[in-house]
Design a protein around this ligand. Structure first.
Ligand SMILES: O=C(O)c1ccccc1N[C@@H]1O[C@H](COP(=O)(O)O)[C@@H](O)[C@H]1O
Length: 222
């Protein structure tokens, strides 16, 4: 049966991990293009991984405040299905990227308290998808991928967002069912939670994560 909560595993850097993620039933695989990240991959590495990604699994490139020169080179060299903008890109920049590259754009937005929620609406008007992640701690090297969760209760009473959205931040096989139940997320994203150490995925955790994400799913009426 098809998973009703779509899972993205981010920060993949080996062909074996991409194959294992696809076998676990993920909807998306993510490749990180951010030099400071332990999950950073080169365009050449990503191209090889993307070419081998099974049809039906969307290939997402995660970038952080990337300029046009970087995105021109990335999109020319790596076959992609989506761009994930994980920096402080403005709504105007999201629109520019969408127009220039003709790819769906997912904008990541950090949440630590209720005051972070109104800004999400501005992006809802321009991005194809939203990714709601924990805000990184002050002074952190990485704007995401820190294995930190935020208070999911903040999303429990949210008003309707007009775009599909994904929940991220500190998710693991142990907590993702609770996160889905509280937030009613239909898509979840994980990186650190399926790793044995930063940057090293543990493919044995992929199945457990995908299963746990779907544990609380509402049964289909069909
Ligand atoms: O994973 C990274 O190294 C990374 C680097 C820069 C920006 C975002 C990054 N990861 C994204 O962060 C979230 C949450 O990750 P985690 O599960 O808490 O480790 C996820 O969207 C990753 O795609």
């Amino acid at each position: 049966m098809k998973n009703s909560v779509s899972v993205k595993i981010c920060g993949l850097s080996s062909a074996a991990d991409v194959a294992a993620a696809a076998k676990s039933g993920v909807a998306y695989v993510g490749f990180v293009f951010f030099a400071k990240s332990p999950r950073n991959v080169s365009f050449e590495q990503a191209r090889a991984l993307a070419v081998d990604t099974p049809t039906g699994v969307a290939k997402v490139a995660l970038t952080v405040n990337a300029d046009d020169a970087f995105l021109d080179a990335l999109t020319a060299q790596v076959p992609l299905d989506m761009l994930q903008l994980h920096g402080s890109e403005t709504p105007e920049r999201v629109s520019q990227v969408k127009t220039r590259y003709g790819l769906p754009v997912m904008k990541a937005l950090g949440v630590s308290d209720a005051s972070d929620l109104p800004a999400i609406d501005q992006y809802s008007a321009v991005a194809d998808q939203l990714l709601i992640d924990a805000k990184p701690p002050k002074g952190a090297d990485l704007p995401g991928g820190n294995g930190l969760a935020f208070d999911w209760q903040l999303l429990a009473d949210r008003k309707y967002w007009t775009r599909p959205w994904m929940l991220a931040g500190g998710l693991t096989a142990e907590n993702v069912a609770d996160a889905v139940r509280l937030t009613r997320a239909r898509q979840v994203d994980v990186s650190s939670g399926v790793e044995s150490q930063p940057g090293t995925k543990d493919a044995r955790l992929f199945d457990a994560f995908v299963k746990a994400a779907n544990k609380q799913s509402i049964p289909s009426l069909l």
